[in-house]
Design a protein around this ligand. Structure first.
Ligand SMILES: [Zn+2]
Length: 407
């Protein structure tokens, strides 16, 4: 991946969300290409370690090349530095190209590159968070709380109280706790009896934090192969909200549109979590006609998640743009399993900004009463679930599909 171009969005000669140029990620990707061409585990490891270091840089790699300080980045050795310098100075790496040609592995490399499509480097994250956007586009200032995270009840490392305290210190005023459901024993999914005990803990915490912070009671349910959830209807109704996510069949090339559509049509589902289930450089995730899935989600007021876990970035700004055009609302979540990972919400916000998603369409920016109403509607309790959830309240200034991201 070097550049994403979307012809239709450049019709008016304006910079579009589809033209994100993330030089650090491209440089890192060249090192990943090189890693996959190595004959020994040792040299594969060396290139991968250098690639990770470049993806994690918080400054543009070109600045380091110009300043002559690239080799000061830990784990960037002479071979990696040469490739990066070639790329920065010429826009390509003859060294990597020659290695691909001599190995005769172009098809494999092209397939591997697709597994890095739409991911953002750390430097691009900073740029996306800070660069000006069209008016109303979501920013970190609008963000009230994170609606996918895990605690010690399932596979997280912190208590709910500790996660809430950390979120408070980040300036948030609510969160949704979403431990794994019982259908995912590998992630220590919780039984309904455990969930009932968790709710008592949450009630106690909410009483203690009243007026300052609110914890919503969620669950991350599994989307089964046919689109049904592991958590049953009467069980789903007991949670404030349900995140439905795919955790299986994530390497199949067959179309799974029906599975995903069935999931968003399921009563009680509020958020479609990490919709693809992809993983950076290793797993493509679910293959589906996403425009159909997004249309159904928009119709039912189900939020499409931008999961900010760095290795997921799922969905990314490219797909988010299509979800926006379909009229979807969004959940921008960290999927944190520890306090440190709460910062992954910034990646979700960055992708949303690159896609031009307005804060009005982001549940994480809504006040508690609006969140409560939206969650009740997802359970079919009040209001019409046939309407477009939050999107129906979008102001008249909500962006049209082709609105550019930067004003
Ligand atoms: Zn998950």
């Amino acid at each position: 991946m070097v550049t994403h171009r979307n012809k239709s969005s450049t019709d008016r000669g304006q910079k579009s969300a589809a033209e994100v140029q993330d030089a650090n990620l491209v440089a890192a990707a060249l090192l990943y290409d090189m890693a996959s061409l190595q004959g020994t585990e040792r040299s594969r490891f060396g290139y991968k370690r250098a690639a990770k270091a470049i993806a994690r840089l918080n400054v543009p790699v070109a600045d380091l090349v110009r300043a002559g300080t690239l080799r000061e980045v830990p784990f960037v050795g002479p071979a990696s530095a040469r490739i990066i310098t070639e790329f920065v100075t010429t826009g390509a790496s003859p060294t990597v190209e020659a290695a691909i040609a001599s190995a005769g592995k172009r098809a494999a490399i092209v397939a591997q590159r697709a597994l890095r499509d739409g991911f953002l480097s750390h430097a691009m994250l900073a740029e996306a968070l800070e660069s000006p956007t069209a008016e109303g586009v979501v920013s970190t200032r609008d963000y009230r709380g994170d609606f996918q995270m895990h605690s010690t009840w399932s596979d997280g490392t912190e208590t709910i109280a500790a996660m809430a305290q950390a979120a408070l210190e980040m300036g948030h005023s609510c969160l949704g706790i979403t431990d794994h459901s019982y259908g995912l024993p590998i992630a220590r999914g919780i039984s309904m009896a455990q969930a009932a005990r968790q709710w008592l803990e949450v009630d106690e915490l909410n009483a203690r934090l009243a007026g300052r912070f609110r914890v919503f009671k969620g669950i991350e349910a599994n989307i089964l192969v046919d689109g049904h959830l592991d958590v049953q209807p009467e069980e789903r109704a007991l949670f404030d909200f349900v995140v439905a996510s795919p955790h299986s069949q994530l390497r199949r090339t067959e179309d799974q549109t029906t599975r995903m559509v069935n999931a968003v049509k399921t009563c009680g589902v509020a958020i479609l979590g990490h919709p693809r289930g992809r993983m950076f450089n290793s797993r493509p995730g679910v293959s589906a006609d996403w425009d159909i899935v997004f249309e159904q989600a928009a119709r039912r007021g189900v939020a499409i998640e931008l999961d900010g876990n760095w290795h997921r970035q799922d969905i990314d700004y490219l797909l988010a743009r299509r979800a926006l055009e379909a009229g979807c609302i969004f959940a921008l979540d960290s999927d944190a399993h520890s306090i440190g990972e709460l910062r992954f919400s910034d990646y979700a916000i960055a992708h949303a900004r690159l896609a031009g998603v307005p804060a009005e369409r982001v549940i994480n920016c809504w006040p508690d009463d609006r969140l409560e109403e939206w969650m009740r509607e997802r359970h079919g309790r009040r209001g019409s679930s046939a309407k477009r959830g939050g999107a129906r309240r979008a102001p008249r200034s909500a962006p049209t599909p082709r609105r550019p991201r930067r004003g």
